[in-house]
Structures are given as C-alpha cells and as structure tokens.
Design a protein around this ligand. Structure first.
Ligand SMILES: Cc1cc2nc3c(=O)[nH]c(=O)nc-3n(C[C@H](O)[C@H](O)[C@H](O)COP(=O)(O)O)c2cc1C
Length: 320
C-alpha cells in the first residue's frame, strides 16, 4: 500500500484525486472514485447553483467516504463557495485565479483547501491562501491550463512550497504516471482525462469514444472554444482539446472568429446540443494515448493504484 501525506489527510486507499471537471464530474463519478479509495471532487466549473444543488446532493447520498468539490476561481463569487460548504465537503478545490479571498472561509468551515496552480507564482499565492494541498498542473493536462510541463513544474513547486504537500496533474493516466509523480516528490496525483472515459462521467458517449480513439498528437491548446462561447478567460490560460474541424478553421485566426462571432456562436451551440464534435470541443489531455476503453471509474482507480504499487516495488531492483 502506498502511504503519502495525501492518503493520510483524507484516509484514502490510493493517492489519487479525481479532477473536478465542469460538466463532466457529477456526483455519481465523484462518489465512484471516493468509494474506490480515491478522492472524488464534483466539478462545479463556472458555478451553476442548480447543477451544484443536484450533484452535491447525489455525491452525499452515494458515498460515505471523503469527497469534495472544485470551482473555477475567477468565475465564481462567495455565494457559490458558501453553497458548497453548506453541504459539508471534506475538500474544496480552487483553480485558475487568486484563491486568497476564499482561503479563510473554506478552512473556517473545517474543510481542506486544495489549490491548482500552473506556475511558481501561483504556487506561492496558494501557500499564502493557506492551501492544505497544492496541485502543480502541467501543460499536458486536458481542459484549461498553461505552459509549464509536468516533469519540470512538479519538483519545482515541491521545493518552493515545502512543507505543503503537492500533487501532480497533467498527462497522468496509468500507474506509471502515478509512480513517476511520486518520484518527483508529489504526494499523489490529480487525474482528469482518464476519468472522462468512464461509465459514470457526464457527457456524450460520442465524446468518450473520440477520447478512446485519439492520440496525444491530436490534442492542442487553444482559445477558440472560449472565444466562441463568449468566455473571458484571463491570460495565460488556454484549453487543451482534441483537434477538430472548428479548431483547424479558427486557431491562428482568432480575430476572424471574433468578427464572425454572432453566426459562429449560434452554430457552435447547436453543435454542442446535437453532439457534433467536429465543431463542439472535447477537452482532453496528452494522456489520451493511454486510454483504450470506457470503464467503470472504480476499476480505473484500482488499476492505476495497484499498477503504481507494483512498479514502485520492482523499481528498487534497478539499484545495485
Ligand atoms: C473535460 C475536462 C474538464 C475540466 N474542467 C475543469 C474545471 O472545471 N475546473 C478545473 O479546475 N479543472 C478542470 N480541468 C482540468 C483538471 O483539473 C486537471 O488539471 C486535468 O484534467 C489534469 O490533466 P489530465 O487531463 O491529463 O489528467 C478539466 C479537464 C478536463 C479534461
């Protein structure tokens, strides 16, 4: 069994946290990961109160193990954080933006504060906010993120914020990734894309199929899906998605997209509703190479955790 600061903090069987993916990580997926011995975080995204009411109720009903929820910091206000805290999560995760305004409020509720960061400056802000855990997210990650690579960012953040425990995120989808992250000094991992291709994930089966079929070469970071949805993401954040026809047409011609916005945003909404993923986006990270099928989330947690354990126990044989 792998014991780390993460497993001790939440009494987990495996040092694995499920990413709070907006629109994907509902209560059922979060509960499935928590029930398998990881930590499931409901994906509150931009903070839709009705969606959160339903999914937080679901996770509470479906697991008695520790669970939490995450939101996009710049997109929400204190009322959404209060709504989440009222459901008594074990952890709240803040990503993308300054977490300091909410640190005290979250910790005063007896809840652990998790902050996801993309660079050293963000890691220092997270520490100032009182983070109990800091996630160093590399550019390989699916969805929004930034430019630093997991391999170099994780140990740099570990050194910068010690003794605050750090988790690695971005491109981790199997036990090899978990074992490697532990060697970088991380106390565990946060995984997103691998769980998009799970039975319990919300979202279209067609999107899950595309993830299974794709390779990391077919992903790229872009702002075109934010522009067309009218979302003002602060720099330097971009989103990693599977390349599709929409990305091929507009990535590199963002001013052209802005000029054509009225017509394009209408067509885009229709594509999202009809599941046309040649136009609508499928957020996914470089780890898609490692995903061969859609599976129950609990099986994914156990396989990644068990594979990391066996990789680590044979690794010592490398040293003579
Ligand atoms: C479909 C999808 C949606 C995501 N949505 C969010 C989100 O709403 N909030 C957030 O903090 N991170 C979000 N992320 C990023 C994850 O928190 C995490 O950093 C990332 O999934 C880790 O990399 P991986 O996808 O290679 O496992 C999302 C990722 C994906 C794949």
């Amino acid at each position: 069994m792998i014991k780390t600061a993460l497993t001790r903090l939440f009494d987990l069987r495996y040092p694995i946290v499920l990413a709070p993916m907006g629109g994907v990580t509902g209560g059922a997926l979060a509960a499935a990961v928590s029930n398998a011995g990881g930590l499931g975080l409901v994906g509150g995204g931009y903070g839709d109160p009705d969606w959160l009411r339903t999914e937080l109720a679901l996770v509470r009903q479906t697991t008695s193990a520790p669970w939490g929820a995450g939101v996009i910091t710049w997109a929400v206000g204190p009322e959404i954080i209060r709504q989440i805290l009222a459901q008594e999560p074990h952890a709240v995760m803040l990503s993308f933006g300054d977490p300091r305004p909410y640190g005290e409020m979250i910790k005063a509720a007896g809840c652990k504060l998790i902050c996801q960061v993309q660079d050293l400056a963000g890691a220092l802000l997270a520490r100032e906010a009182g983070a109990d855990l800091i996630i160093a997210q590399g550019t390989e990650a699916g969805g929004h993120g930034s430019q630093r690579s997991t391999l170099a960012l994780v140990p740099a953040v570990v050194d910068a914020v010690a003794p605050v425990p750090v988790l690695a995120a971005g491109g981790i989808a199997d036990g090899r990734g978990l074992a490697a992250a532990l060697m970088l000094g991380a106390q565990g991992v946060l995984i997103g894309t691998r769980f998009v291709a799970s039975d319990e994930a919300l979202g279209s089966p067609l999107a899950k199929e595309r993830i299974v079929r794709s390779t990391g070469d077919q992903t790229a970071r872009t702002t075109v899906f934010d522009i067309v949805r009218g979302l003002s993401w602060p720099e330097p954040h971009t989103g990693r998605a599977l390349r599709n026809q929409f990305m091929a047409r507009w990535h590199g011609n963002e001013p052209g997209l802005v000029d054509a916005l009225a017509a394009q945003s209408l067509a885009f909404k229709q594509a999202q509703q009809s599941g046309d993923f040649d136009t609508a986006m499928v957020w996914a990270g470089e780890g898609v190479d490692l995903i061969q099928s859609v599976e129950p989330a609990g099986d994914i947690v156990r396989r990644i955790g068990d594979e990391a354990e066996s990789r680590l126990s044979v690794a010592s044989a490398l040293v003579s």
